[in-house]
Design a protein around this ligand. Structure first.
Ligand code: ADP
Ligand code: MG
Length: 337
């Protein structure tokens, strides 16, 4: 229940026309509700405060129509930016504890951004995702968008460079404007393209310009608290000045046997593999990325569906894993480029 003092504080801020104070008192009420165990009411209040602040920032009348945060990039970005509303959650991923904790903390800070701002703090917004292919960097972007119910905008920097060479910096500017105006999760994939192209003889200052504009952008205050995720397989070629500007660096590694098993079991879902089968599988799992493990699991599940069985044999999974190992042997060199 609201106390008389809280009602007075609300009325006083209303009379004074002090919206900040009004919303601030509301947040205090939300905090008290949360302390009293009324978490749902508290969440409702916090969401409304955030909505009010978002509306004010966008200049629309209070109570009026909220401009829909359309999962559609602006015209100048069409064809460059892919947009989706993912339903993925972090729980569907198998992650090292450390990675899990960092990502959960980012989600929490984003959810509590109204409260943080009230104390002059801001949520983590810039994350660098580093790790070998198939370890879940792209999936993390979907999961964060899913958890926060935000649109996911994906930009592949390498294709941006190759299609708009000479205009890349200008295109990046448009993208950054969108990031600052439309709250969402933005995935800058192939982020190392910025670092990798330095020293390119065809480059006439383009990479420098892009790098400088990215650096400048990352220093700009971002009132939408959009999440900006930069993903790369090659951290070693990233500029140090760039890496320093991220709030968090999240490192993905290949799964150990226990994690590999968890990934496959999650994927097999209703299809069961005899618990004893696992004992001999460790060598077949070795070195495979989550992406490769998922493909192996999917392939045995498809066979099982077609054969009308619900149990997976150790031989079937072993053979699917060996197939992935063989592919990997064949293609390792190109993936290391
Ligand atoms: N940590 C993970 N947990 C569960 N599945 C994963 C994980 N990482 C990758 N996958 C699976 O592999 C696929 C490819 O992963 P992706 O996120 O595209 O890797 P990356 O972007 O790091 O190259 C995903 O769609 C998902 O099915
Ligand atoms: Mg990826």
């Amino acid at each position: 229940m609201m106390t008389t003092r809280q009602v007075l504080a609300l009325l006083n801020s209303y009379i004074a026309g002090d919206e900040d104070q009004f919303l601030s008192v509301t947040l205090q009420i939300a905090a008290q509700q949360a302390r009293d165990g009324k978490t749902e009411d508290a969440e409702k209040l916090k969401r409304l405060v955030q909505k009010a602040r978002d509306q004010r920032r966008l200049g629309s009348p209070a109570g009026g129509q909220t401009p829909i945060p359309m999962a559609r990039p602006r015209a100048e970005l069409q064809g460059l930016v892919e947009s989706t509303y993912p339903k993925t959650t972090l729980a569907t991923m198998v992650l090292a504890d450390d990675v899990q904790n960092r990502l959960a903390r980012v989600v929490r800070q984003q959810q509590e951004r109204a409260t943080l701002r009230d104390y002059g703090q801001k949520p983590a917004t810039h994350l660098l995702l580093v790790g070998p292919p198939g370890t879940g960097k792209t999936m993390t972007a979907s999961a964060l968008a899913g958890e926060l119910r935000l649109p996911l905008f994906t930009v592949r920097l390498e294709s941006l460079f190759s299609r708009y060479f000479g205009e890349t910096a200008a295109k990046m500017r448009v993208l950054f404007d969108q990031i600052a105006q439309t709250r969402g999760v933005y995935l800058l994939d192939e982020f190392d393209a910025i670092g990798a192209r330095r020293g390119d003889p065809n480059d006439v200052g383009e990479i420098r310009r892009v790098l400088n504009s990215v650096l400048a952008f990352m220093e700009e205050p971002n009132s939408t608290d959009s999440l900006v995720l930069a993903a790369t397989n090659h951290v070693e070629i990233l500029d140090e000045a760039l890496a320093r500007r991220f709030d968090e660096v999240v490192e993905y590694v290949l799964p150990d046997p226990a994690a590999a098993r968890a990934i496959i079991e999650k994927r097999l879902d209703k299809f069961k593999l005899n618990a004893r089968a696992w004992s001999g599988l460790a060598p077949a799992l070795d070195g495979l990325s989550p992406g490769e493990l998922v493909r192996a699991a999917d392939s045995v599940v498809k066979d099982a569906i077609i054969d009308g069985v619900t149990k997976i044999s150790a031989d079937a999974i072993r053979s699917a894993l060996h197939d992935r190992q063989t592919f990997r042997g064949k293609f390792r060199r190109s993936s290391e480029l």
